[in-house]
Design a protein around this ligand. Structure first.
Ligand code: PMP
Length: 361
């Protein structure tokens, strides 16, 4: 029986990548050492790191003279703090759009920075605490905010941006959960950050892609929290997550060979549409996100009964459809359809949903 892992992160990785990792694990590049053992100062690693950086910029069609890529630790969550520390130096005032739990987490952490004013310019929170749309963004006065922060895809509620805000304020985004899976005009972002554990690599690596012009603006930040210090030391200010960067580079190579973000985004569209159609045709299961804002990556759904949800999750896992339990904040089910989820996995899930419905109505 084939199994499919629908987890929201850590998440499924491409099978060919896992096989390559397995094949190379004991002897990396004929060094007679494992990638798990090699020094981050060795050329073996610096080649991997340089390749990963260049592959990422190429896939995002970003110019290496304009953008830098940092490979950091601390998860996307540390960026909730590093971002204001590094960027909010002129106006000491920042703007956020609230489109779900992870936007709220970013806002809460920014609010802890002394002397910083955090304005939430728009929110799509419903009265019951759910988020099913992306809000209209008001006209933003020029030269008022150090940045405008958005969360491109909300992993828990399954709402996503399709149009980016049109603003002269520097645009920064948490793109953790649709990173490399949905197309955007990436050059519109001044900074993007993403935890790797969804579409790129195992947990323990965070990617920050930022304009080089944002560096060298703030003095005396603690080094580990300072983008400039991290950039100057090629993200090896301390011992970097070598294995994660290595896997990231293999995933980036895999994606390049598949035709890049454009190609995978189309495939993701096809996969998501299949599942949304199946849910929209169902009398038993529902997805509550407004159609224009439905995520390609994370698709939450429910029945009207918690008991039935639990029965569905259990029966699905018995059938090889794993990790469909929704986030603890919202319950129900959630299918994460990241880049490495094959179309066949979504077909299997849809067949299972239809069969479950036939047996329960
Ligand atoms: N932002 C988003 C959109 C997420 O989905 C997550 C994790 N699920 C985070 C931030 C937090 O990431 P991390 O665990 O890497 O800190």
């Amino acid at each position: 029986m084939p199994t499919y892992n629908f987890a929201a992160g850590p998440a499924t990785l491409p099978q060919p990548v896992l096989e390559k990792v397995q094949a190379e694990l004991l002897n990396f590049e004929n060094s007679h050492m494992s990638i798990l053992e090699i020094s981050h100062r060795s050329p073996l690693y610096t080649h991997v790191y340089q390749a990963a950086k260049q592959n990422l910029l190429n896939l995002m069609h970003l110019d290496a003279t304009v953008y830098d890529v940092l490979f950091l630790g601390g998860g996307a969550s540390l960026q909730f703090t590093m971002l204001p520390l590094n960027l909010a130096h002129k106006h000491h005032r920042v703007a956020y759009i609230n489109t779900g739990h992870w936007s709220q987490r970013a806002i809460q952490e920014a609010q802890k920075i002394p002397g910083l004013t955090v304005d939430v310019l728009a929110s799509s929170e419903n009265t019951d605490g759910t988020f099913t749309t992306i809000p209209e963004i008001p006209e933003i006065p020029t030269d008022t905010y150090d940045y405008l922060h958005i969360t491109t895809n909300n992993t828990i509620m399954g709402n996503a941006y399709y149009e980016l805000p049109d603003t002269s304020t520097p645009l920064v985004a948490d793109i953790s959960s649709n990173f490399l899976g949905q197309e955007y005009p990436f050059e519109k972002f001044d900074l993007m950050y993403a935890g790797a554990q969804k579409n790129l690599a195992p947990a323990g690596l965070t990617i920050v892609v930022l304009k080089k012009s944002l560096l060298d603006q703030v003095a005396n930040l603690p080094s580990m929290l300072d983008y400039t210090a991290q950039s100057q030391k090629e993200s090896a200010l301390n011992t970097p997550p070598v294995f994660q960067v290595y896997v990231a580079n293999l995933v980036l190579e895999w994606l390049k060979n598949l035709g890049g973000i454009e190609a995978i985004a189309q495939e993701n569209q096809r996969k998501a549409q299949l599942l949304y159609n199946c849910l929209d045709n169902s009398q038993l299961f529902h997805n509550k996100v407004a159609k224009a804002y439905r995520s390609l990556m994370n698709i939450p759904f429910v029945t009207d009964s918690k008991e039935l949800d639990a029965e569905f999750i259990h029966a699905a896992s018995q059938a090889g459809l794993l990790n469909l339990k929704g986030h603890r904040l919202v319950g129900g089910m959630r299918a994460s359809l990241y880049n490495a989820m094959p179309y066949a996995g979504v077909e299997a899930l849809c067949h299972f949903i239809e069969e479950f419905e036939r047996n329960h109505t």
